[in-house]
Design a protein around this ligand. Structure first.
Ligand code: NAP
Length: 334
């Protein structure tokens, strides 16, 4: 049987248990040109909250009654005339929050559990790693010697952004919630400074940690931290608008930055990004990042929880911050 998490109610504000319904259905049959994937892990991402809203975005909103959309990684257990895939392959793609997924393989890639644990293919070697790589290098136009500030720094995207910037010879300041996460940034990831936005004055700490200002601000969280970063721009600074998690559960309109004239004064740019625009270059990025992982230059951390029935409370960890690294749920049952 196939346990599936269906999206049944559009939330107003934060999602809760009533947003989804767990159902058990027969494992689907495959037809020509398809494969059946027994899923091991699904990815939990802040973007999921946006997909639950009605209205135009960079991707179609989810339909009520559909399987909750998500990235996933698992093992191929049946294939019918689908060149490139065989029974026993490990693969990652958009399988949704369910134990078995049927796919034609479009957008799926192979994962090698001998090289990295499967959850890493949802994080550093998956969508969030790609976001960090193209976001900081292409949109952030990173240069050696830059002063880089990243928010959501102990999360899936932010932790990789900061490490790439260190590899490229930059000074890195990470902003995260709580002393433990800040210690992790400095002791384990090698960041130069960490700011605990839950217990410290971010404006004051930014002044202390980047006295001459910043060249790149990688924004994962939105205001008010975005406004404080805007107040510290150097000439020709780049701001990468990757996400704004502080706004995703809003019941009122999204709040934007008020300090935007700093862009004018400093001849700076602020640019939004969507990782899917680099899909044709994922292979290249995965190779580079795989090399860094193999040599220990890049560290990957996943927060793995268990049980498809625990999806709702696990999802809310993204917003409470009660996890470090990439949030993943094991849906495979022994
Ligand atoms: N544009 C794209 O293509 C793209 C792709 C992937 C992700 N994203 C975006 O990138 C951002 C990070 O995603 P992720 O997958 O790496 O998530 P994540 O950072 O692993 O998890 C979310 C983190 O956000 C922090 N947070 C929650 N509420 C906050 C608030 N009100 N203010 C400040 N921080 C808050 C929490 O950490 P603390 O404990 O530090 O608060 C939490 O751990 C999200 O905004 C996401 O939507 C964009």
């Amino acid at each position: 049987m196939n346990k599936q998490l269906l999206f049944v109610k559009r939330p107003v504000g934060a999602a809760d248990a009533s947003t989804w319904s767990l159902e058990t259905n027969p494992i689907p049959e495959i037809t020509d040109g398809q494969m059946l994937v027994r899923q091991h892990y699904v990815s939990l991402d802040p973007a999921m909250r946006g997909w639950m809203n009605e209205g135009k975005s960079y991707i179609e909103p989810m339909e009520l009654g559909s399987v909750m959309r998500s990235g996933s990684v698992g093992e191929v257990v049946a294939v019918k005339n689908l060149p490139g895939f065989e029974v026993g392959d490990f693969v990652s793609g958009g399988g949704g929050v369910q134990q078995y997924a049927v796919t034609d393989g479009k957008g799926w890639f192979k994962a090698d559990p001998a090289f990295a644990p499967l959850p890493t293919y949802l994080g550093t070697l998956g969508m969030t790693g790609m976001t960090a790589y193209f976001g900081i290098l292409e949109v952030g136009k990173l240069k050696e010697g830059d002063v880089v500030v990243v928010s959501g720094a102990a999360g899936a995207v932010g932790s990789v952004v900061g490490q790439i910037a260190k590899i490229k010879g930059c000074t890195v300041i990470g902003i995260a919630g709580g002393p433990e996460k800040c210690k992790y940034l400095i002791d384990e990831l090698g960041f130069d400074h960490a700011i605990d936005y839950k217990n410290e004055d971010v404006r004051v700490r930014l002044k202390e940690t980047c006295p001459k200002g910043l060249d790149v601000y990688f924004d994962n969280v939105g205001v008010p931290i975005l406004d404080y970063a805007l107040g510290r721009l150097r000439r020709n600074a780049r701001i990468v608008i990757c996400g704004a998690i502080s706004q995703y559960n809003n019941k009122t309109a999204v709040k934007g930055p008020s300090n935007y004239l700093s862009l004018l004064v400093n001849r700076a740019t602020m640019q939004g990004m969507v990782v899917f625009d680099w899909a044709d270059r994922y292979q290249e990025a995965a190779q580079v990042m795989g090399g860094w992982l193999a040599t220990g230059k890049l560290k990957s951390r996943e927060a793995v929880y268990e049980g498809i029935e625990n999806f709702p409370q696990t999802f809310n960890r993204l917003f409470s911050g009660d996890k470090t690294g990439k949030l993943v749920l094991k849906v495979l049952e022994d």
